[in-house]
Design a protein around this ligand. Structure first.
Ligand SMILES: *Cc1c(COP(=O)(O)O)cnc(C)c1O
Length: 457
């Protein structure tokens, strides 16, 4: 089909919203390794998991065989407030780059939380409510997940306790206030409200906190309060499942116009948006129906896929969560202090780790000043102020488009624009003031953290 016929924005109708999530594990011949109980090192049982997670989510987490799972009506009703999200043809960016490539992005920033995280938050809150729980606990780093969850919990009238990494709590007061406006309680982590928090504070009184530590606190708060469960915004297979609405909508929109992407690009923190975007395309690849180049983009300062090891590791600092086999930098790894671009989790989704290990997916790492340069270029021509996380994907999409300019190839590039960057203006300020630096950890530094990995085969 010719370029002229493809609109700047491809919108689907409400009726075209996916009615089912797609479970890519069903099509994987070799499945991700099972989660292990940290105490026994045996595969976790549903009973053990249900002390921490909601029953229905435990079922989804452990389900490797059901390809399609119905999206309940109540969740679809909420999705309709902000979905389907637009698939945008980046005509303006293509022109600015002078590339023959056709660039598309799926924009997930069109909701108050400002990112794709709401797609899973609403599902997790729904299942918690359905189980008759009082509330949920969680951690948040930059704040997008906490914001999304607080919106979802207020919709279903659930209590929401958020442990927010201390440095973000202090540096992102507006995120905190959005969460409180939706009724969540927000505690800077590490805190004195949990045993694990008190222990960490005793050992490191001046710590800025970390995601791994906030996770441990949130899990403890869930298991020590009746009627509470813990919910997580990325990494887990259930979260990737919910995020497949992104990819399913994209596939429907592209099929409508006969568009087939050659390259699919997404930023990768814990892997949920990328896993969701690529799911139906990866399904075709796994079933041998089509082929796509799929690229995960991560920060050079937190390079779990490109420089990590594929091994069982703890998902949190306090070592209370199940162990997961994944590409990891070690649960003790902390990105350098000048790291500003998000995507700072030490590990990667088990599904994506396994797909990457099977070479069904590639990964690249990019430095943060280049990421912000790409963000600025994109904002100036496409109008949207992108989240730093999303800008990792923008950077690689631009790189691929510029390669097409050299070779004259008219490739179709699709990337996930996961969110907006309005709460990241300190990072943008650092970039605008020329004060942003790059940091690439040395092999010795990485080895320090991976040396401490638990030894499990
Ligand atoms: C959380 C977040 C990410 C990274 O998380 P994934 O689970 O890897 O998708 C990317 N972009 C935005 C805007 C986010 O909020």
């Amino acid at each position: 089909m010719s370029n002229e016929k493809i609109p700047y924005k491809i919108y689907l109708s409400e009726d075209e919203l996916p009615k089912q999530w797609y479970n890519v594990r069903a099509d994987m011949k070799k499945k991700p390794a099972p989660l292990l109980n940290p105490a026994t090192l045996k595969p976790v049982t549903p009973e053990e998991l249900s002390a921490v997670f909601c029953d229905e989510l435990v079922k989804q987490e452990l389900d490797e065989t059901t390809p399609y799972i119905d999206i309940p009506e109540e969740i679809l009703g909420f999705y309709k407030m902000y979905r389907p999200s637009p698939l945008v043809r980046a005509y303006c960016l293509e022109k600015a780059l002078g590339t023959p490539a056709k660039i598309y992005y799926k924009f997930e920033g069109n909701n108050t939380s400002g990112s794709h995280k709401l797609n899973s938050a609403i599902a997790q809150a729904y299942y918690a409510k359905k189980q008759g729980l009082t509330g949920v606990t969680t951690e948040t780093g930059a704040g997008q997940w906490g914001t999304a969850l607080s919106m979802a919990c207020s919709y279903f009238d659930l209590d929401c306790k958020v442990y927010m990494v201390k440095v973000s709590y202090e540096q992102k007061p507006f995120r905190r206030e959005v969460m409180r406006t939706y009724g969540a309680s927000v505690t800077p982590s590490p805190s004195m409200t949990t045993e694990v928090g008190r222990k960490i504070l005793e050992e490191f009184p001046d710590t800025n906190g970390s995601l791994g530590c906030a996770i441990s606190e949130a899990v403890e708060a869930a298991t020590s309060n009746d009627g509470y469960r813990y919910v997580l915004g990325s990494v887990l297979s259930q979260v990737l499942l919910h995020q497949t609405v992104i990819g399913l909508e994209t596939k429907t929109a592209m099929d409508k116009y006969g568009i087939k992407p050659d390259i699919i690009i997404g930023c990768a923190g814990g892997g949920s948006n990328l896993g969701g975007l690529i799911a139906p395309f990866m399904g075709e690849k796994l079933r041998g129906e089509a082929d796509y180049r799929i690229i995960a983009v991560e920060p050079a300062s937190c390079p779990s896929l490109t420089r990590g090891v594929y091994a069982y590791d703890f998902c949190d600092t306090g070592k209370v969560c199940p162990l997961q086999k994944m590409y990891t930098l070690g649960s003790g790894f902390m990105p350098s202090a000048n790291h500003a671009g998000g995507l700072r989790y030490h590990g990667m989704s088990a599904i994506l780790s396994e797909l990457y290990d099977q070479k069904l997916m590639e990964a690249v790492s990019v430095e943060q000043t280049a990421v912000f340069e790409a963000a600025q270029k994109f904002a100036r021509v496409e109008g949207i102020l992108p989240a730093p996380e999303s800008s990792h994907a923008i950077k690689t999409a631009i790189d691929e488009a510029l390669k097409c300019k050299e070779t004259g190839e008219e490739k179709t590039i699709l990337f996930g624009l996961t969110g907006t960057g309005y709460f990241d203006m300190y990072a943008y300020a650092a970039y605008n003031d020329g004060k942003m630096g790059d940091y690439i950890p040395s092999d010795e530094e990485l080895k320090k953290a991976t040396d401490k990995l638990p030894h499990i085969d």
